[in-house]
Design a protein around this ligand. Structure first.
Ligand code: GLU
Length: 426
C-alpha cells in the first residue's frame, strides 16, 4: 500500500457519517426542487436526547455509559428506529441513522417518522446481567420520549429480541400495565410478530430479485458475497440460498470464508452459532472481511457497518448489484464511481426496509391485539417492498440518476408533502 492510499483510507474512516447523510439529502433537494425552508427543516433532527446510564457491574463497581435517542422527523407519524449497542456509537452516527429511518419509512410508505438510539458499550464483553441492567436503565432514561404513539424502538446492531423484551417490561412496569406496542422485534411470546426475525433479510431478497429481473439476470446460480453475518447477513444467506442463489463468500468482524462452488449455508450457520464466527468453517478458504467486498461475485451484500465501500475500493468491486442490508455502507464518492461503472446499488433505505416494514406490522398487531399468519405477513411485505423498488426505479430512470437518488426522491417528496400540509407550528 502506498502512503497516499493509506492517507486516503484514513481520511475515509474519518468521513463524518452525519455530513454524508446531509449531503445525500442536499443532492436530492436540488434534483426535486425542494423549497429552501423545507430543505433546512429536514436537514436537522427534531429532537436529540443524551443520557448517562449508570450500571452496577458484576464486580460491584459502577460504570457510567453514554446513550442517545434521536428523533429526526415525525411529520408522517410516530418516530421509528432501532437501538444499537456498539463501542463506536457516536451522536453523529445516531443522527445519520435517524434521518435514514425517516426516508426508509417514507419510501415503503408506512406511517412513521424516523428515530434511532445508541449506547456506547461493548456488549460482547458484558454479562447477560450487566446487559439487562444497562438496557433497563437506558429505557428508563429515554422513557420520557418513547411510547407506542410517540417513538417506537427496535433491534439494530448487537441488540436482540431479549433486549426488546427488557425494554417492553421496563416501560410497562413504569406505567403499571403491559404496553407491547412501545417496541418491536420482541419475542413472539410477548407480542412479537411472526416473520420479524428474518424480515430485513427477506426484504433484501425481494429487492435483489426485482433488480435481477430488471437487469435480466438469472437468479439460479448467481453468486452472492455477504459481509456481516448478524441478523441481516445470516438470514440473507439462508433465504438467498433457498431461492437458488449461490453464496460464494461470507464474513463477520473476525474474518471470512469463500468458496466459488458455493458455501454450505446450513453448515456455515451452525458453525457461526457454535463458535460465534464464520472463521474456521471447513467448507471454504479463509478470506478477510475486507476482501469479501472485492471478491468475484454477481451480488454483493454489505450487511455490517457504515462506510465500507469507499473511493478506494469502489472501482475494485466486481458485483453487478450491491444490496445494502447494512445502513450507510457506501460513501457518496463511492456511489458516483459505482454508478459510472454501471453497478446497480440498491440503497439501504430500500434494501433493508423489510425490517421496519414488519416492525410496522408488529406494532399494528399489538395495537389491535390481533395476530396474523406468517404467509400473510410475508405477502404484505413483498407487496410493499416491490412497490417501493418500482417507485424508486421509475424516479431513477426519469431523472437519469442512481437508485439511491431515485429512492430519496420518492421518500423526501413524501415527507416534504406531509410537512407542508401540516404547516409550521405555531
Ligand atoms: N434497525 C432496523 C433498521 O435500521 C429496524 C428498525 C425498526 O424496525 O424500527 O431499519
Amino acid at each position: 500500500m502506498t502512503t497516499a492510499s493509506i492517507d486516503r483510507s484514513a481520511l475515509q474512516a474519518r468521513r463524518n457519517v452525519w455530513e454524508m447523510a446531509q449531503e445525500q439529502l442536499d443532492d436530492v433537494a436540488k434534483l426535486i426542487g425542494l423549497s429552501e425552508g423545507i430543505h433546512l427543516y429536514l436537514r436537522q433532527p427534531k429532537r436529540v436526547l443524551e443520557v448517562s446510564v449508570p450500571v452496577r457491574m458484576d464486580d460491584g463497581r459502577i460504570r457510567i455509559f453514554t446513550g442517545y435517542r434521536v428523533q429526526h422527523n415525525m411529520s408522517r407519524g410516530p418516530a421509528k428506529g432501532g437501538i444499537r449497542f456498539h463501542p463506536d456509537v457516536t451522536l453523529d452516527e445516531v443522527k445519520a441513522l435517524a434521518m435514514w429511518m425517516t426516508w426508509k419509512c417514507a419510501l415503503v410508505n408506512i406511517p412513521f417518522g424516523g428515530a434511532k438510539g445508541g449506547v456506547i458499550c461493548d456488549p460482547k464483553a458484558m454479562s447477560p446481567q450487566e446487559l439487562e441492567h444497562l438496557t433497563r436503565r437506558f429505557t428508563s432514561e429515554i422513557s420520557i420520549i418513547i411510547g407506542p404513539e410517540k417513538d417506537i424502538p427496535a433491534p439494530d446492531v448487537y441488540t436482540t429480541p431479549q433486549i426488546m423484551a427488557w425494554i417492553m417490561d421496563t416501560f410497562s412496569m413504569q406505567k403499571g400495565y403491559s404496553i407491547p406496542g412501545v417496541v418491536t422485534g420482541k419475542p413472539l411470546a410477548i407480542g412479537g410478530s411472526l416473520g420479524r426475525d428474518k424480515a430485513t433479510a427477506r426484504g433484501c431478497l425481494y429487492v435483489v430479485d426485482e433488480a435481477m429481473k430488471t437487469l435480466q439476470l438469472q437468479v439460479e446460480g448467481a453468486r452472492v458475497a455477504i459481509q456481516g453475518f448478524g441478523n441481516a447477513g445470516m438470514h440473507a444467506a439462508t433465504l438467498m440460498a433457498e431461492r437458488g442463489y449461490r453464496i460464494v463468500a461470507a464474513s463477520d468482524s473476525r474474518g471470512g470464508v469463500a468458496n466459488q462452488k458455493g458455501l454450505d449455508v446450513r453448515g456455515l450457520v451452525a458453525h457461526k452459532s457454535e463458535t460465534g464466527s464464520v472463521v474456521g468453517f471447513g467448507g471454504g478458504e479463509p478470506m478477510s472481511n475486507k476482501d469479501v467486498l472485492e471478491c468475484d461475485c454477481d451480488v454483493l451484500v454489505p450487511a455490517a457497518l457504515e462506510k465500507v465501500i469507499t473511493q478506494e475500493n469502489a472501482s475494485k468491486i466486481r458485483a453487478k448489484i450491491v444490496a445494502e442490508a447494512a445502513n450507510g455502507p457506501t460513501l457518496p464518492e463511492a456511489d458516483r464511481i459505482l454508478h459510472e461503472r454501471g453497478v446497480m446499488v440498491l440503497p439501504d433505505i430500500l434494501a433493508n426496509a423489510g425490517g421496519v416494514t414488519v416492525s410496522y406490522f408488529e406494532w399494528v398487531q399489538d395495537l389491535q391485539e390481533n395476530f396474523w399468519e406468517e404467509d400473510e405477513i410475508n405477502e404484505r411485505l413483498k407487496r410493499k417492498i416491490t412497490r417501493a423498488f418500482r417507485e424508486a426505479y421509475d424516479q431513477a430512470k426519469r431523472h437519469g440518476v442512481d437508485m439511491r437518488t431515485g429512492a430519496y426522491a420518492v421518500a423526501v417528496d413524501r415527507v416534504a408533502e406531509a410537512t407542508k400540509l401540516r404547516g409550521l407550528y405555531p
